[in-house]
Design a protein around this ligand. Structure first.
Ligand SMILES: Nc1ncnc2c1ncn2[C@@H]1O[C@H](COP(=O)(O)OP(=O)(O)O)[C@@H](O)[C@H]1O
Ligand SMILES: [Mg+2]
Length: 565
């Protein structure tokens, strides 16, 4: 929480002004009933019209100060709260982009989304409301009580007798509502999760006609969120009527006492007005109580992420064989620490050579890449790049050596050139060579504007094969030492896929290549091929060796023969 509060510091001036102005405005408001009492009870009987007018003007001045002070202070509070939330959200976003993959797995993506959205909103509300009500509510409450004493001691005592009842009921009710708010936050995580799954999986949901099922599921989650919200509000909605009831009972007593022993109608009128102010003060405090407890919970969730240590320790490890660009030595790994997702992986790849990795979906192909680029650390064994253990290289330096294209890789709205260059300011000839090698030249020249053709968000205005060619071109354009194509040519026809491999060999002879595919034809010409099955390496060698020694490889080959080569 302290960390979150430190975000207000840069806007401390604005916040302080908001408080000061609010203070002045609230004090001005407090004087209104007192002036009214004085006019009615003391001046009107004297029939001093001039004095009545003067005091009327004073009342007008007080109301104007109260009104404009309130508006101005509220605006300043909103500004201070918005700016600090902006900074907090920005830092959270920045942190998320640095998090280690394992940390993202632990917090989960939906929870990160809801921390960025609803939690930062709650923090915003906490700051804005506290600035708005934090001064005003106590002034109205305490000031109101003091003022009633000035107006009429007996009436004030009646009022004072009611206050504890009101405070107790407000506190009890507010306390009861708080667990509901915590539950609401958890429910909103579920909601974001469901939303994300549905929006990103919309095609598969349609293809499998699961629309109805998903709608029902979503309705359930949405209903739960609605119910908790309703329960919280149902409890909270008791506060206002109950407090009003107690004060109204007190009011009846005030009127009776007033009729019996007060010194005038003005006093009764003033006390009635102070009653409303005191009530507002009390409700204001209960609101602050709620927004603070909600805001603190959210601030803790945000800080929980901001304070994660994302740095990856870089240590001293024994060196591997310098002759190899990439080497896996007895590597085993598990995402959840329970069962291995990779077991005893071994291969070594010469500089400029090509490794093919083949295996069914879920066999661990992408996990090999995750370990190679050190998105996760191995549990056993070691991985070497150019003879150095990946854990002994600073992660940025390690990752700078790779050019990578995934199957459904990310393209942003912007021109084709921007998407390939990706802010790296690469030489034009490198970009041209990458575009040619990725077999993207032909379709790009057919587009209006060529390289300047504007892509829609997620490149929705291109076909799957066109998108893949662009992501491959992007990976190549930086002239990486190691190129990784993770299922990145699956949407290309056989001919284009073959042309891509041919051009890679001709134009990037020194680049070490790792090609992951489900098609034998994509890896057939590789120097070595690793066959993965359920996290185990069941074959390693050239196409010819595997055709001789690896039964599963032969099976895959035969199954694909009909459409192959
Ligand atoms: N972040 C993750 N957390 C937990 N399990 C994962 C994660 N990523 C992948 N897995 C699991 O690891 C296994 C291998 O996945 P992956 O390497 O992506 O397979 P492939 O790329 O061959 O399709 C699968 O069972 C998958 O469910
Ligand atoms: Mg994969």
């Amino acid at each position: 929480m302290t960390k979150t509060l430190s975000y207000i510091k840069p806007y401390g001036g604005t916040a302080a002004w908001a408080i000061v102005i609010k203070f002045v405005g609230s004090i001005a408001e407090l004087f209104l009933p007192l002036l009214l009492d004085y006019i009615i009870d003391d001046i009107v009987p004297l029939k001093d019209i001039a004095m009545v007018l003067w005091l009327g003007l004073a009342m007008l001045a007080c109301s104007l100060v109260a009104m404009f002070g309130n508006i101005w202070a509220n605006r300043l509070s909103v500004v201070a709260a918005a700016k600090m939330t902006h900074d907090l959200r920005y830092d959270l976003f920045k942190k998320i982009s640095y998090l280690r993959s394992r940390q993202v797995d632990e917090v989960t993506v939906p929870s990160l989304v809801s921390r960025l959205t609803s939690d930062s909103y709650y923090v915003n509300q906490m700051v804005a409301r506290t600035l708005r009500l934090g001064v005003r509510a106590p002034i109205l409450l305490i000031g109101g009580i003091l003022m009633t004493f000035i107006v009429d001691v007996y009436l004030a005592l009646v009022l004072l007798a009611c206050v504890p009842f009101v405070i107790v009921s407000v506190v009890i009710i507010t306390k009861k509502s708080i667990p509901y708010y915590a539950k609401k936050q958890a429910n909103s995580d579920d909601m974001v999760r469901a939303m994300q799954e549905n929006i990103s999986g919309v095609r598969i949901i349609k293809a499998l006609s699961k629309g109805e099922h998903e709608k029902r599921k979503f309705r359930g989650i949405s209903d739960r969120l609605g119910e908790t919200d309703y329960s919280a509000k149902k409890v909270m909605s008791l506060t206002n009527p109950l407090a009003t009831l107690i004060l109204n009972l007190g009011l009846v007593v005030v009127i009776i006492v007033g009729a019996l022993m007060s010194d005038g109608a003005g006093s009764v009128l003033a006390v009635l007005t102070y009653f409303t102010m005191i009530l507002n003060g009390m409700l204001g405090l209960s609101k602050i109580f709620v927004v603070i407890s909600q805001g603190v919970a959210s601030a803790d969730r945000i800080e929980g992420v901001i304070e994660l240590d994302h740095s990856q320790p870089v240590g001293q490890y024994p060196q591997g064989d310098k002759a190899y660009a990439v080497q896996f030595k007895n590597v085993s790994f598990s995402y959840n620490g329970v069962e291995n997702n990779l077991s005893d992986i071994n291969f070594a790849l010469k500089r400029g050579g090509t490794l093919g990795i083949i295996g069914a979906t879920g066999s661990g192909k992408s996990t090999v890449i995750n370990l190679l680029m050190r998105f996760y650390d191995v549990n056993e064994g070691a991985i070497y790049v150019d003879g150095q253990d990946v854990r002994s290289l600073p992660p940025e330096e390690l990752r700078a050596r790779f050019g990578i294209a995934f199957q459904n890789d990310f393209l942003m709205a912007g021109s084709i050139h921007e998407n390939i260059d990706y802010g790296r300011k690469l030489p034009e000839e490198d970009i041209a060579c990458a575009v040619d090698s990725a077999q993207a030249r032909e379709f790009i020249s057919g587009l209006e504007g060529g390289m300047q053709y504007e892509l829609a968000q997620k490149a929705a205005n291109l076909s799957g094969g066109q998108k893949q060619r662009l992501t491959v071109a992007r990976a190549l354009a930086g002239n990486p030492r190691i190129l990784i194509l993770d299922d990145a040519s699956s949407a290309l026809d056989y001919e284009t896929d073959a042309a891509l491999r041919r051009d890679l060999a001709i134009n990037y002879p020194d680049t070490t290549k790792i090609i992951i595919a489900q098609r034998v034809s994509s890896v057939k010409s590789a120097d070595i091929i690793a066959v993965l099955d359920d996290g185990r390496q069941i074959g390693l060698g050239t196409h010819e060796q595997l055709m001789r020694d690896c039964e599963e490889y032969q099976l895959i080959y035969r199954a694909q023969m009909g459409e192959d080569i």
